[in-house]
Design a protein around this ligand. Structure first.
Ligand code: NAD
Length: 494
């Protein structure tokens, strides 16, 4: 079974074609039960294609193949410079298909093409090349003990790694997981979200072409229940790296604890504060804040959806932010001037509408937006709430849609207390012309990332991850190598 699609629109004219099977042990296969699931275009709720889905039995078969590859052709049997070469070749192939990859991401997620290409696919390329650079530089230390004896440490690959990702940045988050795991010498079994399997399948085709040994890279589509849970519970998967909701993160950790105590990296939800001090450049802060809320239709774990504005600039900010929101172009993701596309699914669409209703019922003011858009597909207007209370659901919970709350604060101590009043701790932003004030505030916020006079900056070399219930461990940068290596100490007595 092959999926072939011709794109003919303002952003990309061209074709994509790849098998829709499970990618196991270097082959595209149907899976033991031969089941398929539909993939939906969120802009019109119509079916794009069907892809194969795996079962628990397929997970078992894949783990065996990955173990064999690890023991014979990968892991300690493949030198770092060889892994680096393959990762660079893969990156080159992705680059040769970058328009196709971006267009496919747009088709499956409804996000604007220019963001998919210049954001998601670019970042994925950077990530593959960054970790290709690390593959032959992972080394331990020599540590002296007593009487001229010594020990040395080795950072060894872990083995077979399970990786589960969500639907909001399907290809970019695939790269955050796959690139460091392979660079460190692990074999991977990746499960994309059941809503967004398409770019992972094109990726599998390119990885095959790059020449990775069979069993090193495996892609299993399917639901959390049928594929994700068996991966999390598997006795021969030594590590699981998960990105998704805090609720599912808890289940993954529980499954890991109840099975083989596999180590766990979790990248979870957020409810990020964005703080606008009275000495900020308000026009610039408005532009950044708008990007913070509406990028990816707000389906972004680090979205700055709680905007705190100092009381003496509150009215000016609110007026300018509302004007800016009115100019946000919602529409055809392939059109070149589109800022915001569709939400991913009917579930997410109804969830966001429920949040908007709850805000209204709790007595908050819909200052702008709050309405459905279009008849077909999953479209919601950019939405601003004011007059909120700290205990409201729209202030506390992750909405994952184009919805923000704008809250007034008095002084620095007041805003730090309010910003930290959340169970999450993924990211935060601070806007001020006073560097000392901005940095003092950044240090006091409970968040794994703090942006000063900017938002949503992500780089392959900078770690990303959460405090509190936003996660455990860090992805990206040198820090991610810790996720995918086990340290062995060798004591030498001659
Ligand atoms: P989700 O938790 O519903 O699903 C994520 C993935 O987990 C999917 O592939 C799903 O099939 C799988 N899954 C579901 N139940 C499972 C189970 N019991 N066992 C194993 N796997 C299971 O999340 P979502 O709705 O796809 O994505 C949105 C969430 O992801 C948001 O909360 C968002 O904040 C978070 N996210 C976090 C980051 C980060 O880096 N911190 C990045 C992107 C998204």
């Amino acid at each position: 079974n092959t999926f072939t699609h011709e794109f003919n629109n303002a952003s990309f004219k061209g074709k994509t074609s790849f098998p829709v099977g499970l990618y196991i042990n270097g082959e595209f296969v149907k899976g033991k039960k031969g089941q398929m699931t539909d993939v939906i275009d969120p802009t019109n709720a119509k079916k794009i294609t069907s892809v194969c889905v795996a079962t628990k039995e397929d997970v078992d078969i894949t783990v065996k193949a990955a173990q064999k590859a690890f023991d014979t052709q990968w892991g300690l049997n493949c030198p770092g410079n060889q892994r680096s070469k393959l990762l660079l070749k893969l990156a080159d192939l992705i680059e040769q298909h970058e328009d196709e990859m971006a267009a496919l991401e747009v088709l499956n997620t409804g996000k604007p093409f220019h963001w998919a290409k210049d954001g998601d696919v670019r970042m994925a390329l950077d990530t593959f090349r960054y970790y290709a650079g690390w593959a032959d530089k992972i080394s331990g230390k020599v540590i002296e003990t007593t009487n001229e004896k010594f020990a040395y440490t080795r950072h060894e690959p872990i083995g077979v790694v399970g990786q589960i990702i969500p639907w909001n940045f399907p290809f970019m988050l695939l790269s955050w997981k796959v690139a460091p795991a392979l660079a460190c010498g692990n074999c991977i079994i990746l499960k994309p979200s059941e809503f967004t399997p398409l770019t992972a399948l094109l990726f599998a085709k390119l990885a095959h072409e790059a020449g990775f040994p069979p069993g090193v890279i495996n892609i299993l589509n399917g639901t959390g229940q049928n594929v994700g849970q068996p991966i999390a519970e598997h006795m021969n998967i030594e590590k699981i790296s998960f990105t998704g909701s805090t609720l599912t993160g808890r289940k993954i950790m529980e499954a890991a604890a109840k099975s083989n105590l596999k180590s766990v990296t979790l990248e979870l939800g957020g409810k990020s504060p964005n703080i606008i001090f009275d000495d900020a450049d308000i026009d610039k802060a408005v532009n950044w804040a708008s990007h913070g809320v509406y990028w990816n239709v707000g389906q972004c774990c680090c979205a700055g959806t709680r905007i705190f504005v100092q009381e003496n600039v509150y009215d000016e900010f609110l007026k300018k932010f509302t004007e800016k929101t009115k100019t946000v172009q919602v529409g055809d993701p392939f059109a070149q001037n589109t800022d915001v596309g569709a939400l991913i699914s009917d579930i997410q669409y109804n969830r966001v509408l429920d949040f908007i209703d709850s805000g209204k019922k709790d007595g908050a003011t819909v200052h702008y937006g709050g309405e459905k858009l279009k008849k077909e597909g999953y479209w919601i207007q950019p939405t601003i709430f004011t007059n909120t209370r700290p205990d409201m659901k729209i202030v506390q919970e992750e909405i994952f849609g184009p919805v923000c709350v704008i809250i007034k604060f008095k002084d620095d101590a007041d805003v730090i207390r309010q910003a930290n009043d959340t169970s999450y701790g993924l990211a935060a932003a601070v806007f001020s012309r006073d560097l000392d004030r901005a940095l003092q505030t950044a240090h006091k916020l409970n968040a794994g990332t703090a942006w000063v006079n900017c938002v949503n900056q992500l780089h392959a070399q900078i770690p990303f991850g959460g405090f509190k219930q936003s996660g455990i461990g860090r992805e990206l940068g040198e820090y991610a190598l810790e996720n995918y290596t086990a340290i062995k100490a060798v004591h030498v007595n001659f």
